[in-house]
Design a protein around this ligand. Sequence first.
Ligand SMILES: Nc1ncnc2c1ncn2[C@@H]1O[C@H](COP(=O)(O)OP(=O)(O)OP(=O)(O)O)[C@@H](O)[C@H]1O
Ligand SMILES: [Mg+2]
Length: 266
Amino acid sequence: MSSSIQIQDVTVAYPQARSDRRLIALWKVSLDIQEGEFITVVGPSGCGKTTLLNCIAGLVSPVEGQVLVDGERVTGPGPDRAVVFQDYALLPWRTVWDNVRFALEGGAGRTITDRDERIGATIRLVGLAGFERAYPRELSGGMRQRVGLARALVADPRVLLMDEPFAAVDAMTREVMQGELERIVAETGKTALLITHSIDEAVQLGDRVIVATTRPGRIKAILPIDLRRPRWEYDVKAEPAYIEARERIWELLQDEAAEHARGTSG
Ligand SMILES: Nc1ncnc2c1ncn2[C@@H]1O[C@H](COP(=O)(O)OP(=O)(O)OP(=O)(O)O)[C@@H](O)[C@H]1O
Ligand SMILES: [Mg+2]
């Protein structure tokens, strides 16, 4: 099951320490995300990407505008939306199994057998079968992030929100994880939003790539990525459409950096 998301004129302002002024992190951002769509977001550091993800997750409230998920206004976190964090955020004293189970605790309406089947299936889905009893410290970075992914998926959310999920893993593992993520999102049919600093990752995974401006974050461009899936099954990086999208995003980010430099120097 997946959801549609409408981001409508969202402005976010944070109170600032030692000042009465507020810091505008996002300025009138609007975006419609279709059911089952995979959106990737790139933009300069500090432009408000995490803030945008947090608005959808219900962890940050806009001062103006709103986010709708399946037509319902987001007012807080909910089981329909799961977040995968950059630093895994695992509980070190719990095994893989118990870390994944943790995400189901408090969830009503499941028998223990149902629950255990669900946990087992999710651990297999992310490729961690055999590591159920391992502790996070016994796992590689890539494996830890698989646990993070399993924990997000186990309650079967409609929306998967990912904030630079592979930033802390090495380049080889990252490529493998990108392929796995594409497979998992396709298999489960979820709506996905992924923030990344990697232009390649954005093009590799996104149905559309959102390029954000420097703070306050606005949408600078939206690029549809017209490349067939599954993209991990062929040499997608050699496709003209891939190379073009990559170059275009690079130009947009360069252009944004130049504009920002002009804006701050003069
Ligand atoms: N809780 C907060 N309180 C005050 N200011 C915040 C808070 N969270 C973020 N900010 C500020 O809002 C702006 C946007 O932050 P955000 O984390 O959304 O950016 P980002 O695009 O995710 O950056 P990065 O690419 O470095 O992760 C930054 O200037 C940041 O300092
Ligand atoms: Mg961020």
